[in-house]
Design a protein around this ligand. Structure first.
Ligand SMILES: Cc1cc2nc3c(=O)[nH]c(=O)nc-3n(C[C@H](O)[C@H](O)[C@H](O)COP(=O)(O)O)c2cc1C
Length: 281
């Protein structure tokens, strides 16, 4: 692939440019070794995000059909800037510090309300289907939520039809590694608990600095496996299309039985005859 044909987006859910940012850097650097892959990086600290209040103004039953997706409740919310980047990507890596055994509120504010769910009635429902999903979780303690936080993030993606990617040991970064499922990292052995290099070999206080080097190996392995999985899925889908093998299209509903506003996306689907109203009309 001479041209860059595969795009992988990294999203960091920390409010700081510290350990998670450093770990994401390692993952993305490993990806950049593959010349057909383009990377983009979004740090959520650069965006104003607000929590979802459940007003559902952005749902396809309410929002004007032809407006780009955005948060109507909080006009200052900038999820609308990130969502197109997610849609343009073939694979996404979510990175988060472990806060209270879960993802940060900052990351949750992005992922708890995206228009990709099959129940949102939006034109973007299903847009995450067949994209790969890698996870990086960084905890200050050894086993205090890294894995369960990663599983929560995978769960979020599974619901949208995404494909979780592991980080098996590779030729360049063999065992022992921090983890082989997602990149589940710890900074408990670091020289400086909350420093940027805490997650690295250089930032580890023990001799030999096993924790940091294992962390970084897992980051690089995740990057490589994201490349392989994302490329394989993208080429596989393209081959299926080229050979006329059917990929069943996403179609959340045949009938709508919810109230919808005039001018909304659902109204548009009704008028185009793509869905039928069951109860309300
Ligand atoms: C509010 C808060 C809650 C935390 N909760 C956990 C936790 O449940 N488990 C854990 O291992 N580390 C926990 N930590 C430690 C952070 O996950 C750890 O320091 C991480 O490296 C911070 O990432 P950052 O440097 O990218 O901000 C917590 C830190 C903070 C500030």
């Amino acid at each position: 692939m001479a041209n860059k044909k595969v795009k992988i987006l990294g999203i960091c859910g920390s409010s700081r440019r510290m350990t998670t940012d450093r770990a994401m850097e390692e993952v993305l650097e490993a990806i950049k070794e593959f010349d057909w892959v383009e990377t983009e990086y979004v740090h959520l600290a650069d965006y104003t995000l607000r929590h979802c209040t459940g007003c559902m103004a952005c749902f396809g039953i309410n929002a004007p059909a032809d407006e780009p997706w955005h948060c109507y409740r909080f006009p200052e919310d900038q999820k609308g800037l990130i969502i197109p980047k997610m849609m343009e990507s073939d694979g996404i890596i979510l990175g988060t510090p472990v806060y209270g055994c879960g993802a940060t509120a900052l990351l949750r504010m992005l992922i708890e309300m995206t228009p990709f769910g099959y129940y949102t009635f939006t034109k973007h429902a299903g847009a995450m289907r067949h994209k790969t999903l890698g996870v990086v979780t960084v905890g200050g303690a050894d086993i205090e939520g890294q894995e369960t936080t990663g599983m929560d993030l995978w769960r979020w993606g599974l619901r949208l039809g995404m494909m979780p990617v592991a980080c098996p040991p590779t030729r360049n970064d063999t065992l022992p590694v921090a983890s082989v499922s997602g990149a589940f990292l710890s900074t408990v052995d670091s020289k400086e608990q909350y420093g940027r290099e805490s997650v690295t070999k250089e930032g580890t206080r023990t001799v030999p600095p096993t924790q940091g080097s294992r962390n970084m190996r897992s980051c690089r392995n995740l990057g490589r496996e994201m490349v392989v999985a994302t490329t394989a899925v993208k080429l596989g889908l393209q081959t299926m299309r080229d050979r006329g093998m059917e990929i069943p299209p996403t179609r959340p509903y045949k009938y709508y039985s919810v109230k919808y506003k005039s001018g909304s996306y659902v109204d548009k689907l009704m008028k185009e005859g793509k869905v039928e109203a069951k109860t309300f009309k």
